[in-house]
Design a binder for this molecule. Structure first.
Ligand code: 13P
Ligand code: SF4
Length: 316
């Protein structure tokens, strides 16, 4: 019998803590991770906070990025000398997948003289074609800093790009990509829910379609939605983003009620990002134990892909 297969969650946590100390590892987790992974992480955050935090790590030998693949790649680009591990190498992102680098290159060719702004949810290949990277936490601020008459391509999220266009009055040319989780929330069902909970505030991630952002009390990154929930006087919140954020919201605000926004299809578990949820406590333990799967990036490509991240960090 494989004794390790029988480890309870509590034993897995103890083993993860031990391996972390022995190996000089730091665990970073996104807010969409399963609760036990968020709880054991050294640092949790939105994609901007995780990138910023990775950039400051000096003493760690290993970074375990509990999130999706592009987040591990961003950490590796910022920390090329460190070993960057992800619990499950198949944890991709439908939004990043909606923008293959060769097709994006052709799109750029069709729009000469445009500044290329990309969302962090992209492959290394797309980042290497990008002038400035943004996250949902700093997109508005960075776009505001570009010259008023600049022609801009924005990829890959048409919803975030459309939201920024509406906020800034810009007319960025948008790549037609979207996230399968944020695309599926139902505005009519949210409005019905609002009738049942008239005092509830509606929190919406900007990857959601435009009509949802118009019905929102707060539109923002996962960290911004969490901050809003913490500081608001309201007692109920309807949350239109991936379900993992509810863990931290409920933990930080035990006296408040968080209601997941309903999807179009009431029979699915659509509020879960199937990629984010591939990571489990057991896979985190195994990845620390075996030091695999490791993120590796071709050094020449990495050099080009790092530039738009450095620009983002200096602009935000
Ligand atoms: P944040 O930038 O809010 O962390 O969002 C990342 C993401 O993947 C949203 O789907
Ligand atoms: Fe990608 Fe959507 Fe999952 Fe975020 S929630 S990681 S954008 S698939």
């Amino acid at each position: 019998m494989d004794v390790e297969k029988c480890l309870s969650d509590e034993e897995l946590k103890q083993e993860i803590e031990r391996l972390k100390r022995e190996k000089g590892a730091v665990i970073l987790a996104h807010y969409y991770q399963r609760g036990p992974i968020q709880d054991i992480a050294d640092h949790i955050g939105d994609s901007l906070a995780l990138a910023r935090y990775a950039a400051t790590l000096k003493d760690a030998r290993i970074i375990v990025l509990c999130g999706v693949h592009f987040m591990g790649e961003t950490a590796k680009l910022l920390c090329p000398d460190k070993k960057v591990l992800v619990p499950d190498a198949n944890a991709g992102c439908s939004l990043a997948d909606s923008c293959p680098a060769d097709a994006f290159e052709e799109f750029i060719r069709q729009h000469p003289d445009h500044i290329v702004v990309s969302y962090v949810n992209t492959s290394v290949g797309v980042k290497a074609l990008t002038d400035v990277l943004v996250t949902s936490g700093n997109a508005r601020k960075i776009i505001d800093r570009l010259p008023a008459d600049a022609k801009i391509i924005f990829g890959p999220d048409r919803n975030l790009g459309g939201y920024i266009n509406a906020q800034t009055g810009r007319q960025m040319v948008l790549w037609d990509g979207a996230c399968h989780v944020h695309q599926q929330f139902s505005l009519p069902r949210i409005l019905e829910l609002k009738k049942e909970h008239p005092g509830a505030k509606v929190l919406v991630h900007p990857e959601c379609p435009r009509p949802l952002t118009l019905a929102a009390d707060c539109v923002g990154s996962t960290a911004a939605l969490l901050d809003y929930a913490r500081s608001s006087d309201a007692k109920e919140f309807i949350v239109a983003t991936e379900s993992g954020i509810l863990h931290q919201m409920r933990k930080d605000c035990p006296d408040k009620t968080f209601i997941p926004a309903p999807p179009d299809d009431s029979t699915c578990a659509c509020n879960d990002c199937s990629y984010m949820k591939l990571n489990t406590l057991r896979k985190l333990y195994e990845c620390l134990r075996d030091e695999t799967p490791e993120i590796t990036i071709d050094p020449a490509l990495a050099e080009r892909a790092r530039r738009p991240i450095d620009r983002m960090l200096s602009l935000s």
